[in-house]
Design a protein around this ligand. Sequence first.
Ligand code: HEC
Ligand code: HEC
Length: 560
Amino acid sequence: MASNRPRFLPVAAMACFAATMAPAVLAQADTPMPNPPEFPFENPMLTDQDVLGKFLFWEEQISTDNTMACGTCHIHEAGGADPRAVNKPHPGPDGIFGTDDDIAGSRGIVRQDAAAGQFVHSDIFGSGVQSTNRKAPTAINAPYFNQLFWDGRATEAYTDPQSGLVEIGYLGALESQAAGPPVSDVEMGGVNRTWDAITAKLADVTPMALATNLPAEMLDFLADNPTYPDMFEAVYGDPTITSKRVMFAIGNYERTLISDETVLDAFLKGEIQDFTGYDPKMQAGFELFQGNANCAACHVLPFTMDNDFHNVGVRPDAEDHGRFDVTGDPADMGRFKTPNIRNAKLRTPLFHNGAAASVPDLIDFYSRGGDFDDGNLDPNLLVLDLTQDEKDALIFFIEEGLTDPRVEAGTFPFNRPTLHSELPPLNTTYGVASADGNGGFAQVIDTHPANLGNGDFLLGVSDAVPNTGAVLVFAFDDDPAGTPYPDPRFPVPVNVDLGTILLTAAMTTDADGIATYNLPIPKNPVLSGFLVYGQWFIADPTALATGGVYGTEGVAITIL
Ligand code: HEC
Ligand code: HEC
């Protein structure tokens, strides 16, 4: 840590500073009100457009494999971010899990070629679920940003992916942002995913086929408009589904996600004159935040953000260049967008990579003046050397003063459906696999839910011998006794009952040892709740113990 860094004022100076600052800091009349967000001129709120946007935001069928909605990574009660991120599912730039540069990213999809309908190998994740390389920030209060993403690469001017036209000139960062994840190869889309494929799919699917517990306003809208074309007609006057209409609806739904009922907001709105009605730590924490701890230099009221980018020294610049990769300006090296910090308590771990596990950890970080200074550390980032009392006050203010009870409880406008991905998976593996000639085991890829009408249902095998024959067997029954089927070709545990075969499909594994089978699930309600059992058999002349063919575990697939 550079020794010539500005330091926190000594206690005596602080008292004097606080005394002179106090009137300005505390005068409620001087603090800005949390006003509603501005709408882009091109996208005024239409009747029920926010409800349509709510459907689209929580619609898992926007993803190629029906596993990811926008909301999967932006859960309101988790402060608008991804509660699954605590497991740090991205190994960071070194590619090795369990090291300091690991990232609290968001799990997306198994890598797949969306056009070909095939699972493909990912260099980092193999055929496991991929993860984003940054922490999901919150979508709540996002309308107040001019640019979105940690590096601000989603800009105000929205260029529509289908028409190629600039459909919003200013204030369209939400629409710009929303165009990305559905076609991302990591998050929702896969390689070769197009917006034409997404809008065509939306026209065909049953809205919210995978979700449960729909809020009343969604149920009402669905009752009047049972299909997406009906819903688009209700909002836009005709049933055509376009990427522009999807993005405009999602953007205007997000413009309703305003968190402005925290204790701080009661003060900003003049409902309380100070924080004396709370624990004394609230007042002390607020004064530190606005005054000597210098937080307000960047986290500016009312929304604790400054629409700017700063290097606060969370990680070495080389790990993630942040804003620099957007502008190419050396001054932007290692800079990230100042986040709004309402509801931060709910979305730990914090920072662009989740480096701070908790609010107390984050306050320790700021107290020591950050962790890395590669020469571009922001001059406003002081070494604070806070006392424990000061730390406790700041922690209390952030945790209790900046948490909106509606966000925490998931009440309107932060209510939402339960996602399919939040429930235990319907596809489960069972039984025993046999080994290839080297003692390795092939894995079943069973991430796709088999919902009625899902024409893109894929079942895969990975980690198999490359470029060899792979046969997928679907059967009506499993083999609960585990009795080896008396077929001389399978002297190994066979987990499906080969006597009840529904179909067999012969394929070849690719150079990475992956094969994929597409089984379109008919839109026939009679099949609902129906179980099918699958198992892969792979040719390997060196698997001598099992006669040159080895098998995966069985997988039980419930049709939804
Ligand atoms: C797989 C998880 C995932 C999915 C799915 C996902 N997001 Fe995100 N979202 C992220 C991550 C990670 C970032 C930050 C990426 C970055 O900054 O490089 C982000 C950033 C954002 C932001 C920017 C917030 C800010 O302050 O800059 C918004 C708004 C947002 N997402 C909304 C959406 C919408 C709308 C969808 C669906 C169309 C969506 N997200 C789908 C993970 C996800
Ligand atoms: C120089 C500008 C600056 C100062 C001063 C500053 N912050 Fe930050 N803050 C940021 C930036 C930029 C980030 C995002 C950094 C990153 O993720 O790499 C951030 C992140 C945060 C977060 C995490 C939010 C989230 O969603 O992950 C919290 C909470 C926070 N700051 C609180 C504070 C407090 C409390 C102080 C005062 C002790 C403070 N900040 C001082 C700019 C600043």
